[in-house]
Design a protein around this ligand. Sequence first.
Ligand code: ADP
Length: 232
Amino acid sequence: MADAVAVPVVVQLQGVHKAYNVGTDIETEVLHGIDLTVHRGEFCAVVGPSGSGKSTLLNIIGLLDRPTSGTVEVSGEQTTGLGDRALTRLRGHNIGFVFQSHHLITAFTALENVMMPMLGAEGFPSAAMRTRAESLIDSVGLTTWKDRNAGRLSGGQQQRVAIARALAMGPALLLADEPTGNLDTQSADEVFALLRRFNTEHGTTVLFVTHNVAMSERCDRTIEVVDGRLTA
Ligand code: ADP
């Protein structure tokens, strides 16, 4: 009988330590040797007390910050020896981010915000880019609002634009740092449902920091960070 097809590994961390203010008298290590493997299609809640290292961990997985020691592999690519440009490229093509505050360009329309990562990657606008952005805007339920400036949308709508923007490059991995933290219950549920839908329909791997126990219980897997270590 043929072997079952292995599910690809999207994130692999081995022995990751992270210290801030290295070499000064206020040097502090906040991650103490993290080993973590996340496969394609996993929908994971990242939980733990404030200050335990969740954002630091997400920043390292997202290649926004480098570990002090240890290795980080994303979509099969070992990142240790990569320079900043290569990291930026790997990040741009493989990872989407959604933060607690949406970081949209408020003077641009919803559609323009979704086109931004594609423009960044390709350098000039195209009809295909616009079509893809429109389809993403449709899929987050904002068709009617696509030409409205992002600054004039509600918090929930802005976060939905941020999700569409994060998915613009079709990333294998979506990292969301408390994406529902600023939202009312209904908007938070809608944002959660959207993330779940993209996970199910496209196999996007999702790591989702949340303090909401009910939401973490609806994820496939819980990654708990306590004092800079993962619990068993
Ligand atoms: P969490 O996301 O779980 O709240 P963080 O990863 O934000 O935790 O922070 C973990 C620890 O690292 C905290 O003690 C925080 O003060 C510290 N920290 C985070 N970012 C920095 C930084 N840029 N410089 C120094 N210390 C930091």
